[in-house]
Design a protein around this ligand. Structure first.
Ligand code: SAM
Length: 236
């Protein structure tokens, strides 16, 4: 399958891993863009609340129908409730709506962030939201040598592309600051035989919350930073 499908499968596999079974009720998808990952999220029966957040309001307006229930979903209703909300907002906003999220997903988001935004991301996720699991994917720059006539970045909006070493250092620094988390690294979409030492086309860091922290959030959530673009209550 193409790289993006392998990426979605890799993220879905983490969320449906037996260690998280029965534990992932609310998911936040930061940088959801055209909401392509939503159909994977919707299929996880235990997920009852999905917050899709993107800074680009237009992309949410333009694609919001993709979050609507399909016709068949009115006929074959779900066993469990599901609410999907699309919000204009940033991965750095400590909005009230993020409270109680069990999983946070950032698929190919960080490489689009300016340095100041990237710097503010960890505290929002690991100090404010404190999910059971946070999943971050980004291109693996080590892999770029496999692209013919390649120079610069894979996409004009990328602010950087990190090697595995750079990405792992960034993630290790986060767990050093937030010791209730441990991080594991995964390669996504391997290259042809003989290129194993370059890693995958994408790389994924999974931050697992180890210890349960008492409810003493240092960061207080703020109301109204996120602007709701659409909200869908699925029929049960
Ligand atoms: N996650 C998407 C997927 O799986 O198909 C792809 C992400 S797309 C490459 C990057 C997205 O990040 C864009 O839609 C962009 O508007 C959004 N974005 C950029 N800066 C952001 C920020 N500070 N907070 C939230 N989203 C942001």
């Amino acid at each position: 399958p193409p790289a993006y499908i392998q990426r979605y499968n890799a993220v879905q596999n983490i969320l449906t891993d037996p260690v998280y079974s029965g534990k992932i009720r609310k998911v936040v998808d930061f940088g959801c863009s055209q909401m392509s990952f939503l159909r994977y999220l919707k299929n996880i029966q235990e997920v009852e609340e999905i917050l899709c957040v993107d800074i680009d309001r237009e992309i949410l307006e333009y694609n919001k129908e993709r979050a609507e229930p399909y016709l068949m979903e009115y006929v074959c209703c779900r066993q469990t409730p599901l609410v999907i909300e699309l919000c204009e907002g940033s991965v750095t906003h400590n909005d009230q709506k993020l409270k109680q999220a069990d999983a946070v997903i950032c698929i190919e988001l960080i490489e689009h962030l300016y340095p100041e935004t990237l710097m503010d991301l960890p505290s929002n996720i690991f100090e404010y939201i404190m999910p059971k699991v946070a999943i971050v994917t980004t291109p693996n720059a080590d892999f770029n040598v496999l692209f013919p006539n390649f120079s610069g970045y894979r996409h004009p909006d990328h602010k950087f592309e990190w090697t595995r070493k750079q990405f792992q250092e960034w993630a290790q620094d986060i767990v050093a600051r937030y010791p209730s988390y441990v991080v594991t690294f995964h390669e996504i979409c391997k290259g042809p035989a003989g290129t194993e030492d370059l890693g995958g086309c994408s790389q994924m860091a999974v931050f697992h919350q180890q210890s349960l922290i008492e409810e003493c959030n240092k960061i207080i959530g703020v109301d109204g930073l996120f602007k709701t673009v659409a909200r869908y209550d699925y029929p049960v």
